[in-house]
Design a protein around this ligand. Structure first.
Ligand SMILES: [Zn+2]
Length: 153
């Protein structure tokens, strides 16, 4: 009898602490999501092309905006492969992402822009009828894929 009373006394405050912790976690994660969304910026410009610009990925990608400001870019494998696609070297880009603490810009989404319309960069295999996000051979039949810029709908 005495023992179960003690258990109740011990459990109750823990239950309260647990609820407070859950509430705090919910509060933190929801505010984090808001911060992330508010942090997303859009950069527009062209890639700075120099003789060292390569498709291997050993030089950094740099965006040159209309005011002449240069921003070093980075992103996942697909993002980098699309930006380094030589067929797209003259394109105007619109990049969604956020600035890292070192001043570089991390790209989440990228679009080419033609006549004010945003296009997604895709690579299409006519044999398999599949789209991929990376230039090169089809992952399925190994034939060369075709670059297609698809209007964002
Ligand atoms: Zn294929």
């Amino acid at each position: 009898m005495l023992n179960s009373d003690r258990v109740v006394i011990v459990v109750r405050p823990f239950g309260m602490i647990f609820r407070i912790v859950v509430f705090a976690v919910l509060l933190l994660t929801s505010s984090l999501v808001v911060v992330l969304a508010a942090d997303t910026s859009i950069l527009r410009g062209v890639l700075q092309v120099d003789s060292k610009m390569d498709t291997e990925g050993s030089t950094s990608l740099v965006l040159l905006d209309a005011t002449g400001r240069r921003t070093t870019l980075y992103g996942d494998l697909f993002v980098e492969a699309q930006l380094r696609d030589r067929r797209l070297i003259e394109r105007q880009w619109e990049l969604e992402g956020s600035f890292a603490s070192d001043g570089r810009f991390e790209i989440y989404k990228l679009f080419t822009v033609k006549d004010g319309q945003r296009y997604r960069v895709t690579y299409y295999c006519e044999i398999c009828h599949i789209y991929t996000h990376e230039p090169g051979r089809c992952m399925c039949c190994q034939e060369e894929t075709e670059l297609r810029e698809v209007p964002e709908s």
